[in-house]
Design a protein around this ligand. Structure first.
Ligand code: BG6
Length: 487
């Protein structure tokens, strides 16, 4: 990918965790690869915890470099990357300080990207301050999640930002959309004639989408305790995956064609009736346990978490989509922290054959199933039935595997790298449009409200397991179970 689009990438929250772990390493990787970033492109870090460029560069060397050294740092590339970095020290709470930012970047060429890697409470003040010095022209703004706490607060942010930036200037990040395997899902569905005719209620019995983590809340206890898994993972990542799995083929891959189709899915989600919540939603909270041989503490004892917290660290849901393609097909979604394995995958369970001419063993052997593993190792596995060797007609489930790293050994790109390049190059397809975000909040909000109103604590589960038993029981009611295979 060659580019000549020059840019000034202004990074608010330049010494924050996200800048350290994701944003600066991704920009470095794009720089190192060569040809992806215009030579004249500059990174302007904005932070208060450093006084001048020298101190900031020292911070970058100490804190960012360790995150780029997976395959050993290319020292020459690192040195030339540092030359791209400028630094401005301003107090984000003081609009008048933004004059210094304007002066620092006014002569830099190309499109301006303002990346708000800050807490959401600063989004609106930063936008106002940028507008007050005319920096909202010829620019793009990148907003990190969480964008709001519910529909109302998300609308308030979007309204305020929308008064200053047009929708096509706003890039709302959902880093799952930048993951290579999620892109591949689009390729699988819309590049192959094989799957699409079967991708519907007539042939699909149920679909599961899991994002399971082994990690706990790490250093984010305070944030997480006010957020919970439904807001942190379901409202965004899981519903985005669901909309890609379930959407109609778009007319093209241009940003609005794809986002229009995803929006249709989000708007077709069957609203959850509060009276049914116990049947279609399970919330859990991790207790102490053992993960890969190491004892880990209970959520309620993590730093920053209230000891009597009722915040959920696990959610399982049964979701239905009210349209012709999917009517009656349950989509089971689940996500949780401190689970038995780190895995993100989509499982499409196909229906059994309508009549088994091959006898009882065919029925026992099950039906076709497609497992799309997004992480940790990207694979697609298609389960088929085959005859067992020997006498008689006994069937067994076997599988065809597609392991991506065997086909494509190079060129994998981290989600943030792809997304940042898209922002710089003005490609919006992988960013969440305001109406998608609203539709997602509208759907999850009744669940949040009902949980709050009922005042019931989440169900406990031991760390290192697959969550509360109620999650498996929910699927058992539909004659199915979660697919839990070893990595
Ligand atoms: C983030 C959540 O959006 O996604 C985190 O805030 C979560 O809580 C993370 O750990 C998971 O992302 P990934 O890419 O590691 O699966």
């Amino acid at each position: 990918m060659q580019t000549d689009s020059s840019f000034t990438f202004v990074l608010f929250g330049g010494t924050g965790d996200l800048s350290m772990r994701k944003i600066l390493p991704a920009l470095f990787e794009a720089h190192r690869a060569g040809g992806m970033l215009a030579d004249s492109g500059k990174i302007v870090a904005v932070a208060r915890h450093a006084t001048d460029r020298g101190e900031y560069i020292q911070w970058v060397n100490e804190h960012v470099k360790p995150h780029v050294s997976k395959n050993g740092v290319d020292e020459a590339a690192w040195a030339s990357f540092l030359e791209r970095i400028e630094f401005v020290n301003i107090d984000l709470g003081k609009a008048e300080d933004f004059v210094h930012l304007r002066d620092a970047i006014k002569d830099l060429p190309g499109i301006r990207v303002f990346y708000l890697a800050t807490g959401p409470s600063l989004f609106v003040p930063i936008c106002h301050a940028l507008a007050s010095v005319g920096l909202n022209e010829n620019s793009r703004i990148v907003l990190e999640k969480p964008l709001g706490y519910d529909l109302k607060s998300s609308n308030a942010i979007n309204d305020a930002v929308g008064e200053i930036f047009a929708e096509e200037q706003i890039y709302r990040i959902d880093h799952y959309l930048g993951k290579e395997p999620v892109q591949n899902l689009l390729a699988l569905r819309f590049g192959n004639a094989l799957f699409e005719p079967l991708w519907r209620r007539e042939w699909v019995e149920s679909i599961q989408i899991t994002i399971a983590e082994e990690l706990g809340v790490e250093a984010r206890g305070d944030f997480y305790d006010n957020t919970g898994a439904l807001r942190d993972m379901v409202q965004n990542h899981l519903l985005q995956l669901l909309s890609i799995v379930a959407m109609e083929p778009p007319h093209s891959m241009d940003s609005d064609s794809v986002r229009d189709e995803k929006l249709r899915v989000l708007r077709a989600l069957k609203p959850i009736d509060p009276r049914d919540i116990g049947k279609v939603a399970v919330r859990g909270q991790y207790h102490s346990g053992v993960i890969r041989g190491t004892a880990v503490p209970a959520y309620a004892t993590e730093a920053g978490v209230r000891p009597d917290s009722t915040t959920e660290t696990f959610v399982a849901l049964k979701v239905e989509i009210e349209n012709w393609r999917w009517a009656g097909v349950p989509f089971f979604l689940r996500t949780g922290k401190r689970l038995a394995d780190r895995v993100a995958e989509i499982v499409v369970n196909f229906r059994a054959v309508p009549h088994s001419a091959l006898g009882a063993s065919a029925l026992r052997a099950g039906a076709n199933r497609l497992v799309i593993r997004l992480q940790p190792n990207e694979t697609i596995r298609l389960y088929c039935l085959a005859k067992q060797p020997g006498e008689g007609m006994n069937l067994a489930s076997v599988h065809l595997d597609l392991a991506f790293d065997q086909f494509f050994r190079e060129g994998q790109m981290e989600a943030y790298q792809r997304l940042l390049l898209d922002v710089i190059n003005g490609r919006l397809a992988l960013f969440v449009r305001r109406d998608e975000q609203e539709a997602a909040w509208r759907w999850v909000e009744p669940i949040l409200n009902e949980w709050k109103a009922s005042n019931k604590p989440p169900k406990p589960y031991a760390s290192g397991t697959w969550g509360p038993a109620a999650s498996s029981a929910m699927l058992a009611q539909h004659g199915t179970c979660w697919l839990e295979e070893e990595n």
